[in-house]
Design a protein around this ligand. Structure first.
Ligand code: ZN
Length: 218
């Protein structure tokens, strides 16, 4: 509840005060074009993660500005960051949009209902919804569900992360994912365990391909 009040207050302050870039403090946007361009880091786009066909990411979680932006977006309700963060996701897939089949759908990595109620929002869903509006690729928020509450992945080893998320996702309407390409959106991917497990469940429900799309890799 306290977090929710904090989120609402933050939203109010965002409207009251002029926005400054988190990186260079320049007035205008919360993340300016220059700082975003500087945070770009190329990782291998092809995924070596099981069940995931590709993985696109903008930068590294080691990048100070990107890390601060994601922290504020995820935990402090700084919704204004949804625009610049969606823009970089869009930039990542723009060259490939024409190669995606018409049967493509955008899904966010879901939060467990209890966690979402506590936080007041799902940061991945905000990005996914905005990306859908920009790309005109349909967004299907309720399709992938977090059916098992799992402890945070942060303090766990790679192996523990895989076990932690195993069987924690469910597909509510398998017929809506059958033969489709899924663009799976999240803010951060560290070992890829979460994306990979979600991809496994989606494919067992009939998804043709699953492509991960994240702002930062840890
Ligand atoms: Zn800047």
């Amino acid at each position: 509840m306290r977090r929710l009040i904090h989120t609402v207050l933050n939203r109010f302050l965002e409207v009251l005060f002029p926005q400054r870039c988190l990186g260079c403090r320049q007035e205008g946007e919360l993340l300016c074009k220059n700082c975003l361009a500087k945070s770009r880091k190329n990782f291998r786009e092809k995924s070596s993660l099981p069940f995931l066909d590709r993985l696109f990411s903008w930068g590294s979680y080691e990048d100070k500005i990107l890390r601060e932006a994601l922290r504020r977006f995820k935990y402090h309700g700084t919704y204004g960051l949804a625009s610049p963060l969606t823009k970089i996701l869009h930039d990542l897939i723009k060259p490939y949009l024409s190669s995606f089949s018409e049967k493509t759908v955008i899904l966010p990595i879901p939060l467990h209902l209890r966690k979402e109620l506590d936080r007041g929002y799902n940061q991945a869903a905000l990005l996914a919804e905005k990306l859908s509006a920009e790309t005109k690729i349909p967004f299907d928020a309720g399709l992938l569900k977090k059916i098992k509450a799992t402890p945070s992945q942060t303090a766990l080893s790679g192996r523990e992360r895989v076990l932690n998320v195993y069987d924690s996702f469910g597909v509510k309407f398998p017929e809506r994912v059958k033969n489709k390409t899924v663009l799976l959106v999240d803010d951060i991917s560290t070992t890829g365990a979460t994306l990979s497990e979600a991809a496994r469940v989606l494919k067992s429900s009939g998804a043709k391909a699953v492509i991960g799309l994240v702002v930062a890799r840890g």
